[in-house]
Design a protein around this ligand. Structure first.
Ligand SMILES: Cc1cc2nc3c(=O)[nH]c(=O)nc-3n(C[C@H](O)[C@H](O)[C@H](O)COP(=O)(O)OP(=O)(O)OC[C@H]3O[C@@H](n4cnc5c(N)ncnc54)[C@H](O)[C@@H]3O)c2cc1C
Length: 400
């Protein structure tokens, strides 16, 4: 019997958009639903993010995944985004701090046969100098393939297909497998804004044999309230990014590349108001608030002082004038083992229901690769990722 290629994806962040695109590229028809009016209304609305590998000398699962994920994201960006505007392959300097290095194995410069060879090297004196850092006894790393990217541009490009129907203001409230058709039937609250009077709603429904949950930090609530299942240990991590517009005189003074370590720093990012720099973010575990605070700005400022002391000094007068510092707040979804959760939720109890969530702080590096893994699984194709990696990411609902 041929596969019925209709799928509903719930959640129009980078995970949902990447799943929609992975399936459409294989000939599927997608309905993409989101509570918000437009895509990227939640975590994927972060104005800019860093795409980089998690470097570990023992090549742990997150390292393997981020290395492959980076390549998938960069290949898509090269083909579909405007370089310098939507993304930029500027490279990433990864700072490794002396005190945390004690817990880590020292980085050995990779040989040509190493999986890290084209990804991670010890940082050169010139890179450290450009970041205003002392080259002596540095353990910092250089990721030549690293980049910054604007998730909104990425998601817009992922969704540019006539076979993806985006339905905003569509909140999935419940879903059941129809005994008559075998399809999932979703009950959807359709929010209707009424200018000057708030909003109203009606109910509608949608059905398809396959559904992908890509609900980000809403996933624990979705599992509890829609499927009556436990949250699989997924938890929210709220964060605030601090950012400001760059004075023209700053052009040569801020590093051209992105910097990661304790928080991150990215500059020279074009916005409608001019070039901007971004730093942060805060990391409030088990919190899902979206309130910008001066305390979070102060935290980001202090961490920038540790990450890039010379840059923090150059931006000091801007930080002192609070009207010049802006905030963006969002909530990530993380799992206990810090890996995404993907694949079928429970093939026996919920046939046709898949998930891609818990992208943590690396959704921009991982979503496109993970979406291919979800699409492979839905189509019953042999997985591209190693079995051990897929096992580490599988959804684990307790037996009923
Ligand atoms: C402060 C901050 C900084 C970050 N920096 C980086 C970075 O530098 N690099 C990086 O790679 N990543 C970064 N991330 C992480 C990245 O943003 C996330 O991993 C990624 O955006 C997650 O995408 P998602 O699609 O899983 O979730 P989301 O973007 O949150 O999308 C989930 C969507 O599901 C919708 N939804 C939920 N429930 C329902 C429902 N019942 N019905 C319909 N729709 C529903 C929501 O409205 C939402 O739009 C950062 C995140 C934060 C918060």
């Amino acid at each position: 019997m041929s596969l019925d290629k209709r799928c509903i994806v719930i959640g129009a962040g980078v995970a949902g958009a990447a799943c929609a695109r992975a399936l459409v590229d294989r000939g599927w028809q997608i309905k993409l639903l989101d509570i918000a009016k437009e895509p990227c209304a939640a975590a994927s609305g972060v104005p800019v993010g860093v795409v980089s590998c998690h470097a570990s000398p023992d090549d742990n699962p997150l390292s393997q995944l981020t290395r492959a994920g980076l390549q998938a994201t960069i290949a898509f960006a090269k083909a579909h985004l405007i370089e310098g505007q939507d993304w930029s392959p500027v490279g990433v300097l990864e700072r490794r701090f002396a005190e945390s290095d004690k817990a880590k194995k020292p980085w050995q410069e990779p040989g040509e046969d190493s999986v890290w060879f084209s990804h991670v090297k010890l940082a050169q004196e010139e890179q450290l100098r450009q970041a205003g850092l002392n080259a002596d006894s540095s353990h910092d790393l250089w990721q030549a393939q690293g980049a910054w990217i604007k998730p909104m541009a990425l998601v817009r490009a992922l969704l540019s297909s006539d076979d993806i129907l985006f339905l905003g203001l569509h909140e999935v409230e419940s879903m059941l497998k129809s005994p008559a058709t075998g399809e999932w039937v979703l009950r959807i609250k359709h929010h209707i804004p009424i200018p000057g009077m708030g909003s109203s709603f009606t109910y509608t429904s949608a059905s398809a044999p396959h559904v992908v949950l890509a609900t980000g930090a809403h996933t624990p609530d979705f599992l509890n309230q829609v499927l009556y299942e436990p949250d699989m240990g997924l938890h929210p991590i709220a964060g605030q990014v601090s950012w400001g517009l760059q004075a023209p005189s700053m052009g040569e003074e801020l590093p051209k590349f992105a910097v990661n370590g304790h928080g991150s720093f990215v500059a020279h990012v074009p916005t409608v108001e001019g070039l901007a720099w971004y730093t942060g973010s805060t990391f409030d575990r088990h919190e899902s608030h979206l309130i910008a605070s001066d305390e979070a700005h102060a935290h980001n400022r202090q961490r920038l002082g540790e990450l890039l002391p010379a840059v923090a000094d150059k931006l000091a007068s801007q930080w002192n004038d609070t009207t010049q510092i802006k905030a963006w707040n969002g909530v990530r979804c993380a799992s206990i083992n810090r890996l995404p959760k993907l694949g079928p939720l429970d093939e026996k109890r919920f046939p046709g229901l898949h998930m891609l969530s818990a992208m943590g702080s690396r959704g921009l590096t991982l979503a496109l690769l993970c979406a291919q893994a979800v699409a492979d699984r839905i189509e019953g194709k042999p997985p591209v990722l190693a079995d051990a990696l897929l096992k580490a990411m599988q959804c684990e609902l307790p037996e009923a």
